[in-house]
Design a protein around this ligand. Structure first.
Ligand code: S3P
Length: 438
């Protein structure tokens, strides 16, 4: 993985975003395409795959378990599925880099294998909470050891028969839901997960697309163990979480007019559109279509005056990765924006409440962090120096902030942008952001 301290972004103030672009493939869908393709029968052909470090970590983990995977070549990947019971013991620990999705979903999938495995990651991932998956997996009969703080390394014994559970998620988390559904494929009986609020449903959609029955509705998703998955063709749409930086960048810069092509608009992911619209953003959803079981559209966004709002709590899980960008929108809006009910932001790739508040304050914004959110007094930003603390989304959010800043913004510790958005600097520069990296 990258030495995340070695890349610094330098962004000149002002400018507009214009033209047409397609941001890289959806990270959540790319991970799942490799995982489900690997345990399916037959071949899975993926296009639009995210060639970022996180999804590549998942790809390499399955290669290390004996799955033949070719690519990625220009977003195309071919996975030769080995069936539910065809994975082989890896020769050593599986290093998942910065990727929480890889670790939590793999924990569920590997709990059902006949062999032992160990999951590790970078400094950030080794600090993130894993009991949220190991506890329910233990109830299913899995044996997984964590570090003392409930963190990785995860040592999974394997070879234990799993039994189904009916589990109410204590926090709204698609990673935990997906982890348990994957373990449920290997369990005796019917595994059900109840979520306190809707979260992304890519696992359920892709399982169905591969011929596996998933019963879902009313915040519940259930699978029965012992079925089979059929290899398939998966067209990964552009990631709305990556598009979010451009949606915010164009919204805060008067005169911007940008078309983002082929963006995934799964309703469990569109909180950023709802929140920006409530703030007054001018976003048009064009040419809605369905691609491989996922809704997709082109998004046209133009600069518009934004107002501060109280963010509706029900939108929080639907925009959970977009708050770094949304905080920048709030700093550029007129009036106060208040976020509550988002304590999960403290356990992402960084503590996104604290790190964003520190960065905004360094740019002269009145940003007050709270236990579960933030209160931001809008009105604009100064230039200055901020530290992304190795968090890809924070680095990209502050890069866009320069469009409205009074002076240049320098952002430290940006190498991890490559985990989710390879080519960000070049693409943003093409659209009009005056950015370079050193
Ligand atoms: C993801 C779920 C979310 C999100 C993450 C990707 C997924 O995490 O923040 O970037 O692909 O399932 P949580 O489930 O922890 O909310």
């Amino acid at each position: 993985m990258s030495d995340s301290s070695s890349v610094t972004f330098h962004v000149q103030p002002g400018g507009v975003l214009s033209g047409q672009l397609r941001v890289p493939g959806d990270k959540s869908i790319s991970h799942r395409a490799i995982m489900l393709g690997a345990i399916a029968e037959g071949c899975t052909e993926i296009s639009g795959f995210l060639e970022g470090e996180d999804s590549l970590a998942t790809l390499k983990a399955f290669q290390a378990m004996g799955v033949e995977i070719t690519g990625p070549t220009q977003g195309r990947v071919r996975v030769q599925g080995v069936g539910l019971h065809g994975l082989k013991a890896p020769a050593g620990p599986l290093d998942l880099g910065n990727s929480g999705t890889s670790m939590r979903l793999l924990a569920g999938l590997l709990a059902g294998q006949a062999f032992a495995s160990e999951l590790i990651g970078d400094g950030s991932l080794m600090r993130r909470p894993m009991r949220r998956v190991t506890e329910p997996l233990a109830r299913m009969g899995a044996a997984i050891a964590t570090g003392e703080a409930g963190t990785a390394p995860l040592r999974i014994s394997g070879g234990r028969p799993l039994r189904a559970i009916d589990y109410a998620l204590p926090v709204a988390s698609a990673q935990v839901k997906s982890c348990l559904l994957l373990a449920g494929l290997y369990a005796e009986g019917r595994t059900c997960v109840q979520e306190p609020a809707p979260t992304r449903d890519h696992t359920e959609r892709m399982l169905r697309g591969m011929g596996y029955a998933v019963d879902s509705g009313d915040g519940r998703a259930c699978v029965s163990g012992g079925g089979r998955l059929q290899g398939s063709v998966i067209d990964v749409p552009a990631d709305i979480s990556s598009a979010a930086f451009f949606l915010v960048g164009a919204s805060i810069s008067v005169g911007s007019d940008l078309l983002l092509r082929h963006v995934g608009i799964n309703p469990t992911r569109t909180g950023v559109l709802e929140i920006l619209r409530l703030m007054g953003a001018d976003i048009e959803v064009r040419d809605r279509r369905e691609v491989g079981g996922e809704p997709v559209a082109d998004l046209r966004v133009r600069g518009a005056p934004l107002q501060g709002i109280d963010i509706p709590p029900e939108q929080v899980p639907l925009a959970i990765d977009e708050f770094p960008a949304l905080f920048v929108a709030a700093a550029c809006a007129e009036g106060r924006t208040r976020l509550t009910g988002a304590a999960e932001l403290r356990v992402k790739e960084s503590d996104r409440i604290q790190v964003m508040a520190d960065g905004l304050r360094a740019l002269g914004v009145d940003a007050r962090p709270t236990a579960d959110g933030m209160v931001i007094q809008g009105g604009g930003l100064n230039g200055g120096r901020v530290d992304s603390q190795g968090d890809h989304r924070i680095a990209m959010a502050f890069a866009m902030a320069a469009l409205r800043a009074a002076g240049p913004i320098t952002i430290a510790d940006c190498a991890n942008v490559a985990t989710s958005f390879p080519g960000f600097v070049e693409l943003a520069a093409t659209a009009g952001l005056a950015i370079d990296a050193s």
